[in-house]
Design a binder for this molecule. Structure first.
Ligand code: GLC
Length: 565
């Protein structure tokens, strides 16, 4: 049943809240998405990943699901979804659903039943443990910390019991040890696959399996207390294999797992062909090159070595063994043109196109986040009220509770906020950037929209979108760009990123300048005879026998290797 369709796929991620609001109520909706499908297809992508569309009270904007088989009313109805699916398929676009199954909303009927009585059979759907009595005080069962700050345990009413939540307290972790839970999940996947969806993105999948019995984390050196007991847990591989057998493998489906800092060995095993776990996972190592240990709010000077390692290591380890993905942006982080010490003010077009070129021609499936294809930028938020993501507020509150001045805390938050990616899509220069017809959007607009929007980009002779179209054509049609082995060049070079891809006698060479100044670069000899396939500048200059790559210039060469006699 299963084919390899995903191997030369290009995926576009839509965050439904902010894509297009057809009924002008302030929230993006399915009708709006349908109206823009031609735009998405024309970019050259072959699949769309929809961030959650399911019923949700939105404490974490859809990542807290209260009904896995219903579409949230603000987005439309199930009939609208069915139409969306058909409209995507009619255009040759596959549909990938987000599946948030590490936790449910606390408004999910399972959770409501679980907390309604200690005898409820649903009690064991979650991880519920008695607190620790210390004199008058009732402390949480363990010292585990939520990824969203604070204790990972929340007390159930006035009882002695607590439930585990590795994210918001409105997102209760499911107990995957319980076979009934695993069967429910397989049934949910089958429900959507039977409808005709083509695959899933699994939210934080490597947290499904926890170490039991639950215990305190005594490691003094970790800020994420508990992580050693819930990341890549002991039964995770078994759970994924089981899900595969019961659901995924029965359809021509594709899965990409979002993981929380997996170990390299586990990362490899999750995607190894024949392991029957996942087809791919996301790798975010390179996106930690300008922050401290993946803590988005803590800026550090861009570290090119770390970027290269994070980008290439997963490619070289998975090549020949499994498949890979390539990501610069998603709904959980700032815009790529505002990172990596880039001079966005002067070189937005060049940087947007260079980053895409050096990333997406690597080994793996490109994932493009809505707006990235026109070089959308971070939003110059004025105050905390403009940020809607609860995480921005949790972290701000934590910082100020340690007496950090509010203005400083705000600067940290602005650096890494997920909100940057969540402002409405900028379609044109009209009211609310054409996101809707004037109703105040749920999340403020980025005030730069009169300058940066789809309409303007498409009519510019330096259109990021049109560059993406060319790049994606190369990606999809050049076999070396899909299947080729990856060889990195000049890893020690702190300004230039360079690599080749090689497949059955065809070679590509890709080079990009990460500097706002021209940089001399000597390409390998074999590249001198190759032809330029793509570049984000019209010319290629030489200086003293080497290339002179312009600020953020990216160049792709193609060579046909003569087979050896
Ligand atoms: C993933 C999602 C993120 C969400 C979290 C909890 O990291 O991408 O948006 O907040 O999981 O579900």
């Amino acid at each position: 049943m299963k084919t390899d369709w995903y191997k030369n796929a290009v995926v576009y991620q839509i965050y439904p809240f902010s894509f297009c609001d057809a009924n002008n109520d302030g929230w993006g909706d399915i009708e709006g998405i349908i109206s823009k499908l031609d735009y998405v297809r024309d970019l050259g992508v072959t699949a769309i990943w929809f961030s959650p569309l399911y019923k949700s009270p939105d404490y974490d904007y859809g990542y807290d699901i209260s009904d896995y088989r219903a579409i949230d009313e603000k987005f439309g109805s199930m009939a609208d979804f069915d139409r969306l699916l058909a409209e995507c398929h009619r255009r040759g676009l596959k549909v990938i659903m987000d599946m948030v199954i590490n936790h449910t909303s606390t408004e999910h009927p399972w959770f409501k039943a679980a907390v309604s009585s200690p005898d409820s059979p649903y009690r064991d759907y979650y991880i519920i443990r008695p607190g620790k009595r210390e004199g008058q005080k009732l402390l949480p069962p363990t010292n585990w910390v939520s990824s969203f700050t604070g204790s990972a345990w929340e007390r159930i009413g006035e009882s002695e019991d607590f439930f585990l939540h590795l994210f918001c307290k409105e997102q209760a972790d499911l107990n995957w040890e319980n076979p009934a839970v695993r069967q429910e999940i397989a049934d949910i996947l089958n429900f959507w696959l039977e409808k005709g969806v083509d695959g899933f993105r699994f939210d934080v999948f490597n947290l499904f399996s926890k170490v039991f019995p639950i215990r305190d984390d005594e490691d003094k050196h970790t800020y994420q207390k508990g992580a050693q007991y819930f990341v890549d847990g002991p039964r995770i591989h078994e759970f994924l294999k089981e899900l595969n057998a019961r659901s995924l493998s029965r359809f021509d489906s594709y899965t990409v797992g979002e993981s929380y800092r997996p170990s390299p060995e586990n990362a490899r095993a999750y995607v190894k062909e024949g392991n029957n776990e996942l087809d791919t996972i996301f790798n975010f190592g390179h996106l930690e090159a300008d922050n401290i240990a993946g803590l988005k709010f803590f800026r550090k000077p861009f570290n090119m070595m770390q970027f290269k390692k994070g980008l290439f290591d997963p490619q070289t380890t998975s090549w020949g063994e499994g498949w890979n993905t390539l990501v610069l942006e998603n709904h959980d982080g700032p815009r790529c043109v505002n990172r990596f010490s880039i001079d966005t003010k002067h070189f937005r077009y060049e940087a947007a196109t260079m980053l895409a070129t050096v990333t997406f021609l690597g080994f793996g499936i490109p994932f493009i986040y809505m707006g990235q294809e026109i070089g959308m930028t971070n939003c110059d938020f004025r105050n905390m009220d403009e940020l809607k993501d609860p995480v921005s507020h949790f972290v701000f509150d934590l910082m100020t509770s340690y007496h950090m001045p509010k203005s400083l805390a705000f600067r940290f938050i602005k650096y890494g906020a997920r909100d940057h990616a969540r402002v409405p899509m900028q379609w044109d220069g009209s009211v609310n950037a054409g996101f809707n017809r004037g109703h105040a959007p749920w999340q403020c607009m980025n005030p730069v929209y009169p300058e940066i929007n789809v309409k303007k980009d498409l009519s510019s002779d330096r259109s990021v979108y049109r560059f993406y179209q060319k790049l994606l054509t190369v990606k999809k049609t050049n076999e070396a760009a899909v299947y080729g082995s990856v060889t990195e060049y000049d890893r020690e070079n702190r300004k230039i990123i360079a690599y080749s891809r090689e497949h059955e006698g065809k070679r590509l060479f890709v080079a990009g300048n990460f500097s706002k100044r021209p940089v001399r670069y000597r390409v390998p000899d074999w590249v001198k005879g190759a032809s330029v396939l793509l570049s984000n500048y019209e010319t290629l200059s030489d200086k003293d026998g080497a290339l002179l790559l312009q600020p953020y210039q990216a160049v792709v060469w193609e060579e046909t290797v003569r087979p050896e006699k």
